[in-house]
Design a protein around this ligand. Structure first.
Ligand code: XMP
Length: 419
């Protein structure tokens, strides 16, 4: 059970859309705040020992006076707003509720370490490490709290990007000196995927195989706890009714589907943090910047970026092309200005010219998007020179590729990933 953070202010959402942004603006003042829906039981609110409440009303919607009264009866300082400009709320938090702005990255880490130690006791924790920001920061934080009582499992399913397995092992085993179980299951995954063209089938195979490999490893470790990198936005869509920060997690984020005999208690130290706060914690814990600023990467990995059947040779071309694209984006400062940028392998052959010779090669599509929630996305207008550089380099440096195209389809009508 997570301890109470001092100076918590609860935002009660009476129908406001931009409430996450509002919460972040208050948190930026080092005042810890949580969003709860107007339907939340008052007992749940009191569990957080708040020093004040902010009622965020939708100006268009009709009032819910009875519901407001439940919160007024708590005799806590209460501010009611329809306009989500942060200044009045920060006035309110500081002057009326007496907040000093004590919630910092350091105070969060200190508190999280105490909580993890208290929860885990003499037990051990197993954690599935993907190399992504959330699982990496979770690993670093749990490791700081309980050291070798944490074992991380990193599964190489053969669909990772160039240098990823090496980087994860270098950081976690060599730099952090963690217990890291590295499983190279590439052949197992790629053999199962051979001949499979259909996107949903590919996803299912990758998902099921991952659970099997992870479960096998976890059985060997015999941990009581499962560390998970769930973060606050993973919970925000569901109603925070239990003791956990925000209730039921969105299903696709959970390491769900583990077999019946594997029952874990979850350790989720980042469950109260927004992504930028997770990154700040990761930096403080000494994770390298390339890990901290990494863009989101889907669970099925290059499996959904290698269109149609997956072959080792296709993956080799995709990895090399993707690495060139990312290298040029980083060099030009565009990597951090895009939400996701990646290469896609298309099994389409066309004529190319290399060293004066005609040859048939495959195609790479470049995709670069901006989004705030991945529900809709815009295509990034990358500088033409950058696209040109990448399109020149890939066919020259990646054997087997003769052509590069740029995907200029927004979402909708397209999805972000190709499969
Ligand atoms: P789409 O392609 O649906 O992607 O527009 C939206 C966002 O979700 C990511 N994505 C996934 N992430 N498992 C994940 O963890 C998945 O199966 C998966 N499919 C898509 C995608 O990269 C994008 O950010």
């Amino acid at each position: 059970m997570i301890k109470k953070t001092p100076e918590t202010v609860i935002l009660l959402n009476f129908g406001c859309k931009d409430i996450q942004k509002y919460a972040r603006a208050i948190r930026a003042e080092h005042i810890y705040t949580m969003v709860m829906p107007w339907t939340v039981p008052v007992e749940r609110v009191l569990q957080e020992s708040p020093v004040g409440l902010i009622v965020c009303r939708d100006p268009q919607a009709s009032e819910h006076p009875a519901d407001l009264m439940r919160f007024q009866a708590l005799n806590l300082p209460l501010l009611s707003v329809t306009d989500l400009a942060p200044a009045p709320a920060i006035d309110f938090c500081k002057n009326t509720c007496g907040c000093h702005g004590l919630w910092t990255v350091d105070s969060f880490i200190e508190e999280a370490i105490q909580d993890i130690r208290e929860q885990v006791g003499d037990g051990t924790v197993v954690l599935g490490l993907s190399g992504g920001v959330d699982s990496s920061v979770t690993a670093a934080l749990i490791h700081r709290a309980i050291g070798k009582k944490l074992t991380c499992v990193f599964v190489n399913h053969g669909l990772l990007r160039l240098g990823e397995p090496e980087q994860v092992q270098k950081v976690f085993r060599d730099t952090f000196d963690m217990n890291l179980v590295y499983i190279d299951a590439s052949d197992r995954f790629l053999d199962k995927l051979a001949g499979v063209n259909e996107p949903e089938k590919k996803r299912k195979i990758i998902g099921a195989e991952f659970i099997d490999v992870f479960a096998e490893a976890a059985r060997g470790i015999q941990a009581k706890f499962l560390g998970q990198g769930s973060i606050y936005p993973d919970f925000l869509e569901s109603i925070p009714l239990d003791g956990n920060p925000a209730g039921v997690i969105k299903s696709h984020h959970n390491v769900g589907g583990l077999p019946e005999d594997l029952k874990f208690e979850l350790v989720e130290p980042l469950a109260r943090l927004f992504k930028d706060e997770v990154r700040a914690v990761g930096r403080k814990l000494g994770l390298p910047e390339v890990m901290i600023d990494r863009q989101p990467f889907p669970g099925p990995s290059l499996g959904v970026r290698c269109v149609g059947e997956i072959k080792r040779e296709y993956l080799r071309m995709l990895r090399e092309a993707d690495a060139i694209f990312i290298e040029e984006l980083r060099k030009s400062g565009w990597y951090s200005k895009t939400w996701q940028s990646f290469a896609v392998f298309l099994p389409v052959k066309s004529v190319g010219m290399l060293n004066g010779q005609r040859h048939y090669g495959y195609t790479i599509a470049l995709r670069s998007i901006l989004t705030s929630d991945a529900v809709t996305a815009q295509v990034v207008h990358l500088p033409w020179e950058l696209i040109e550089t990448v399109s020149n380099r890939i066919p020259q440096e990646v054997e087997g590729i003769s052509r590069v195209v740029f995907d200029c389809t927004p979402k909708p009508p397209a999805t972000i990933e190709w499969e």
